[in-house]
Ligand binder design. Structure first.
Ligand code: ZN
Length: 406
């Protein structure tokens, strides 16, 4: 600073403040203070509103999960009305992407959450980090609650719908050793009869399977009351495929993007049944036995021999040993060696990829998930599939008869 500038500053600081200047300064500081107080109050109001909203989301999520609406309400106001419209819109959108949107969503969420936690803990500074984890956990719970509410709205409420067994012309009295034995005989006879034809050319690829499955799938879900049909999901693979293969999961649907994901290690002959199973979930049939039932009918009602064969082949391992092997030696049903070779290929493929501890952990988890979603049979609901098949009355070409009241 030069000497002249220093002199000027001194003379400026010595100018006496008159009353007007003091009053203006006081007014300014008063305005500033009241403005700050207003901002503070506004900030506190918005903070309280945010906490109240988050608390509401957590309570609402718990309530929706613990006390879902009644099956009749879900059937009338969700599964047959709102859900099909949501499905057609969301699946049409997700079908435009060649990759699994659920992978992108999971990655984004995981990276976003980790980044958010780390940046907030860093900003809190030493000594305050432990106290910051409380609000962070609360915000994370609210986010999880929001995800749960969204899950229920987009797809999850289908777990609470009226079971298919109550809508079909189903009678437990039809489920007898004889009826199961008749199904086993049909299964083996049809597998053997079409064996030459289906093994004379390579299996279709995924796109071709989709084209072949669509007509019969549409007719099955239409018979089961899905008015207007659904948009079949484009078959995609996921980054989680190593886990799917190790745990023996053939596929799943993404409940947010309503996409169909298939394990890319299952054999081509297994694909049609697995695809139709996932599409059945997309059609709002959340129960595993119902999805299997729809997948089988889709395959059996197809006009294509390959698709029919794939359906019977998927049914065969579900049949009880007594029905397949007969009640005494010599009565067992004999499979064509090419059918046996297909079953062995499937078995070997599973042996190759399934890791028993991952498989056991996955099924324990899924059993708990199903029971938490009010499917009391848990993974055992898969066994109901055969009972549905034996106990339902069918019309021409496996058209299931419905109860007259539905
Ligand atoms: Zn399933």
């Amino acid at each position: 600073m030069s000497a002249a500038a220093s002199r000027n500053n001194k003379s400026a600081s010595l100018v006496p403040l008159n009353d007007r200047t003091v009053i203006d300064a006081l007014r300014l500081s008063q305005d500033y203070l009241s403005g700050t107080t207003r901002s503070l109050k506004k900030f506190q109001r918005s903070r309280s509103l945010k906490i109240a909203t988050e608390a509401f989301i957590i309570v609402a999520a718990a309530w929706v999960y613990v006390a879902p609406p009644s099956p009749n309400w879900v059937e009338a106001h969700y599964s047959r009305t709102l859900y099909p419209r949501v499905q057609r819109s969301l699946t049409s959108l997700s079908n435009r992407f060649p990759f699994a949107l659920c992978d992108a969503l999971v990655l984004l969420l995981a990276i976003g959450l980790i980044w958010w936690w780390l940046s907030r803990l860093k900003a809190a500074g030493r000594g305050r980090r432990l106290r910051t984890t409380g609000p962070l956990t609360f915000h994370t719970l609210a986010l999880a609650g929001l995800a749960l509410i969204l899950f229920q709205i987009v797809w999850g409420l289908n777990y609470s719908r009226v079971p298919l067994i109550e809508k079909l012309d189903y009678d437990t009295a039809r489920v007898t050793d004889q009826s199961i034995s008749d199904i086993a005989k049909s299964c083996v006879t049809r597998l053997n009869a079409s064996s030459s034809e289906v093994h004379s050319a390579p299996w279709p690829d995924l796109d071709r399977w989709s084209q072949l499955l669509e007509p019969s799938f549409e007719s099955v879900v239409s018979d089961l009351g899905v008015a207007g049909g659904i948009v079949p999901g484009r078959i995609k693979h996921s980054l989680s495929n190593p886990y799917l293969a190790a745990s023996g999961i053939e596929g799943f649907i993404d409940p947010y993007g309503l996409e169909s994901i298939l394990n890319n290690k299952i054999l081509p002959v297994e694909q049609p049944f697995a695809m139709a199973h996932e599409w059945a979930h997309l059609a709002g049939f959340a129960d595993e036995s119902e999805a299997n039932f729809i997948a089988l009918l889709t395959c059996l009602r197809s006009t294509d021999a390959n698709v029919q064969y794939a359906g019977w082949l998927a049914l065969y391992p579900e049949l009880p040993a007594t029905a397949v092997h007969g009640d005494q030696p010599g009565n067992e049903l004999r499979l064509d060696p090419r059918v046996v070779a297909d079953l062995e290929d499937i078995y070997r493929q599973r042996e190759k990829y399934i890791r028993p501890w991952v498989n056991a952990a996955q099924w324990r988890f899924y059993d708990r998930f199903l029971k938490a979603n009010h499917v009391q049979a848990g993974v055992a609901s898969y066994g109901l599939f055969l009972r549905l098949l034996a106990g339902t009355r069918f019309g021409v070409n496996w058209a299931p008869a419905m109860r007259t009241s539905t």
